[in-house]
Design a protein around this ligand. Structure first.
Ligand SMILES: Cc1cc2nc3c(=O)[nH]c(=O)nc-3n(C[C@H](O)[C@H](O)[C@H](O)COP(=O)(O)O)c2cc1C
Length: 345
């Protein structure tokens, strides 16, 4: 039997209320929105289902003041949930029309999505959305290790197409020099951040043991931490600087992945972060279709000096996320909050 905090993953396409009201159908789409990735599985989103539109809000109560002080990662995570919503809408025959920050960048909501019925003569673009939808239940983050397999240039080319809005970029790196440079940046960031108690405590709040009944946070099995060690690990992480162990794991992911990606944007504000999240999730879903899974390294972007070095290395926009892609063994999903708990009136 599925544990309550994993039940969200049991969503079934055949339960879509095709004969229901527009409101009932839109509410069903949210079941897919909540399966999106979020750093560090805070699920910082809220949704309101109106007459003909869904409003998506950032839940700032779930922010991490020491880890993500600008809420950049939080807004990107909200974007990831929007991407799932759009893919699910199109899959079920509802064309989405998105307005980002319709009341201005300093006001809620982060997005409003109207849906309209799609006529039968749907085109190639709609077919692609359907392909993305099929990967929502398969996608997961890989934090342990990759299989020793490279990624075809044709696959990277197809993933680049997901970053399709003007002012947004993705650059892939596969050479040894770039890997060493990126591993160096991540390692310096971990040393700087994990030496600070407030940072460790803030991040440690979101680590969970392997038998967690919490609806959020990162269970340690996703990092490959065995049951025997997992129980005391969150407390130890908050208390001691474990940067050497964390660097060892991340260096393995960076050196062993098929490709490293840097997502960047010309603007560096909430709207850009949300849109980055939308395109990131589209890229992750498409990658899942090729059996490729991602790991993320937000750390250097949280430190202005290291972010500057990353920016100089990619030479395009403000870096928003460093991530790796590669073939990996599927792992158990992470918990999700119940739909009722993320819906507002
Ligand atoms: C914008 C963003 C940034 C993230 N940054 C990190 C990171 O720096 N380190 C990490 O281990 N995971 C990071 N993650 C991955 C989350 O931890 C992961 O999505 C979450 O635990 C849920 O697990 P799932 O992706 O397998 O569903 C990030 C995810 C997102 C969307």
């Amino acid at each position: 039997m599925t544990a309550k905090n994993y039940e969200a993953w049991d969503v079934q396409e055949c339960d879509y209320p095709s004969q229901g009201t527009m409101q009932e159908r839109m509410a069903f789409l949210l079941r897919y929105a909540i399966l999106a990735p979020s750093g560090p599985n805070t699920q910082p989103w809220k949704f309101a289902v109106g007459e003909g539109a869904i409003s998506v809000y950032a839940d700032l109560k779930r922010s991490l003041p020491f880890v993500d002080p600008s809420n950049r990662t939080l807004f990107m995570s909200v974007g990831c949930s929007i991407a799932n919503l759009l893919a699910a809408g199109t899959h079920f025959g509802l064309r989405p029309l998105v307005s980002y920050f319709p009341l201005g960048p300093e006001s809620d909501p982060a997005a409003e999505i109207k849906f309209e019925e799609i006529r039968p003569q749907s085109g190639q673009a709609i077919l692609q959305e359907r392909d993305l939808f099929l990967q929502i239940l398969r996608r997961h983050t890989t934090k342990d290790k990759y299989a020793d397999r490279s990624i075809d240039e044709s696959v990277l080319k197809s993933l680049r197409e997901c970053i399709d809005q003007p002012g947004f970029h993705v650059q892939f790196m596969t050479d040894e020099l770039s890997r060493s440079q990126m591993a160096g940046l991540v390692s310096r960031a971990h040393h700087a951040q994990l030496s600070k108690k407030e940072f460790r405590r803030n991040l440690g709040e979101w680590l969970r043991n392997n038998w967690t009944t919490e609806p959020d946070g990162m269970p340690l099995y996703t990092f490959g931490v065995p049951d025997a060690v997992a129980f005391g690990f969150p407390a130890a992480f908050k208390e001691f600087d474990l940067s050497d162990a964390v660097i060892y794991r991340d260096s393995g992911l960076i050196q062993g992945c098929g490709a490293l990606g840097v997502l960047s944007s010309d603007q560096d504000d909430k709207t850009a972060w949300v849109k980055c999240g939308v395109m990131l999730e589209r890229l992750l879903l498409k990658a899942t279709g090729y059996d490729l899974y991602a790991s993320f390294f937000s750390q250097p972007i949280g430190i202005p000096e290291l972010r500057g070095e990353l920016e100089a290395a990619v030479g395009q926009g403000h870096p928003q996320l460093l991530f790796s892609l590669g073939h990996a063994t599927p792992v158990r999903h992470t918990p999700r909050r119940r739909l009722e708990d993320v819906m507002v009136k």
